[in-house]
Write a protein that binds this ligand. Structure first.
Ligand code: G3I
Length: 323
């Protein structure tokens, strides 16, 4: 690779990573890599409800503001993640006692306080995350239980009221699993569009694995583009150990296979209309900070940088995807 080649400098759309604020503060190699390679940042956890809104009348902006300041100083876009989710709920919300109107007010206040705080600094948001189950049914989240299925549309309206310039995304995973899940997501989006609900983008997480049928990726990406909205591959990683083999090691062959898979996904994404390319974000930076090893308690190497922050074959695969 020629000296000076970077992801952000080589790709025709924004390329980002989910960033861990503790590492950004304390790990100089990580920080330098983030500055060098990416032009878009998503906070891995710093803008989630449990982090930002720990008590009903207390907001903790520290890590999120740090990330936003870092991004401003280094010319990076910040994509906000996530205003409303069934996970990462602070206990005061889980235990909240109130009638429907009180819950509605809680939801609205939560969204609008956060969006207002970052107005002019965070230009896009995952408004609602993971509202559906893999079988296509609506997840029976606390929000559905308290406010009914149309809470989703109202979340977008509340966010839009607070910052009419923000780009608002519906974010979920599993578009590539098969037609069932992506169809319910597309139906939701088309329904909201037809009602004039302010939605600008679809986030496809793409936590995927090296042995996924490639046509499933193409189907996910092209169908998402058919909404006419901005398309964000929002949490990309390509797992190499989906069967949880505790003794697996990373071979050259496996790393090369992974590179081909990154190449395929980037190429499919690059084929959608330019105006819809919001960008690709990987979920975490390196194999040292991936969520996968901790979450599934297994060795894995899903990212384009290894545990020493060196480029893997997947890095070249990403670059080759736009050739
Ligand atoms: O910070 C605390 C620590 O103080 C405590 O000792 C420890 C004990 O459990 O927990 C730590 O918090 C953990 C946090 O990550 C920071 O490491 C939480 O338990 C853990 O649940 C949390 O996991 C995050 C997960 O979302 C849930 O919010 C992962 O880091 C994050 O990568 C993951 O990201 C999600 C996206 O938001 C949505 N799509 C899927 C993706 C992967 O699961």
């Amino acid at each position: 690779l020629a000296a000076g080649v970077t992801l952000q400098g080589s790709l025709p759309f924004p390329f980002g990573a989910a960033v861990n604020v503790n590492l950004l503060k304390n790990n100089t190699a990580y920080r330098a890599l983030v500055i060098k390679e990416y032009n878009s940042l998503t906070p891995e956890n710093a803008m989630k409800p449990a982090t930002l809104h720990p008590q009903e009348n207390t907001y903790n902006w520290d890590d999120a503001d740090y990330l936003v300041d870092f991004a401003r100083q280094n010319n990076k876009r910040v994509h906000g993640h996530t205003l409303v989710w069934y996970k990462s709920l602070p206990s005061w919300i889980k235990n909240y006692q109130g009638n429907t109107a009180a819950w509605e007010n809680l939801l609205k206040t939560h969204i609008q306080t956060i969006v207002t705080h970052f107005k002019g600094k965070v230009a896009s948001w995952d408004v609602v995350n993971e509202a559906f189950e893999d079988d296509g049914t609506l997840r029976n989240s606390i929000w559905v239980q308290k406010l009914g299925p149309d809470y989703i549309a109202r979340c977008f309206q509340y966010a839009h009221e607070a910052d009419p310039d923000a780009q608002l995304f519906y974010n979920d995973f599993g578009h590539e699993y098969g037609a069932t899940k992506r169809t319910v997501i597309l139906n939701l989006i088309n329904n909201m569009k037809s009602r004039g609900i302010p939605i600008n983008g679809i986030g496809m997480q793409m936590h995927t694995r090296y042995n996924m049928t490639e046509s499933n990726w193409t189907a996910a990406i092209t169908t998402a583009a058919q909404t006419g909205l901005k398309v964000h591959i929002s949490e990309l990683d390509v797992a190499l150990n989906p069967d949880n083999n505790q003794n697996l090691t990373l071979t050259t062959a496996l790393a090369e296979t992974q590179a081909q898979k990154y190449l395929f996904i980037v190429k499919a994404y690059n084929a959608i209309p330019k105006a819809q390319q919001f960008g690709i974000t990987t979920w975490n930076v390196s194999d040292a900070d991936t969520w996968i090893t901790g979450n599934y308690n297994r060795p894995d190497w899903p990212l384009p940088f290894d545990s020493n922050y060196n480029r893997k074959p997947a890095y070249q695969g990403i670059l080759d995807g736009v050739k």
